[in-house]
Design a protein around this ligand. Sequence first.
Ligand code: CA2
Length: 148
Amino acid sequence: MATLYILNGPNLNLLGTREPEVYGKQTLADIEKLARDAAKKYGLEIEFRQTNIEGELVNWLQEARTKAAGVILNAGAYTHTSIAIHDALKATTMPVVEVHLSNPFAREPFRHHSYVSGVATGVICGFGARGYVLAIDALASLLAGAKA
Ligand code: CA2
């Protein structure tokens, strides 16, 4: 069974505890459950992880090169700062969907640049937890070889 890596960056472990108006009320565990249910429909396996450490995300992206059919990455604030994550993504060949709960373009200017977007297959932002499900739909469709 093909596996999707769903990798979450710094502070996303705090979801559901603060700023629900920005990030929604769901916890990361709620999002993991949503993702597992969505993936099951497509017969896809999920490897769902969170870290506050930049290098750990880099290690997981390197691991994904041989173990994952696709990656969903919410790199949190590292999205806007990390050349290391950019370089790790450049070294991957599987499809990568960048996901954000909020819409960074509607927020502070320092969130308007992403080191991930230019090396991702696509970007989904502003749809809250639903964005992870949309990303699974997109990857399932790509992996099935859909033309549209
Ligand atoms: O909207 C997203 O998903 C972000 O990746 C979330 C990051 C932010 O730095 C990006 O610009 C956009 C921050 C996640 C922090 O999450 C918290 C949740 C609850 C309480 C505090 C932080």
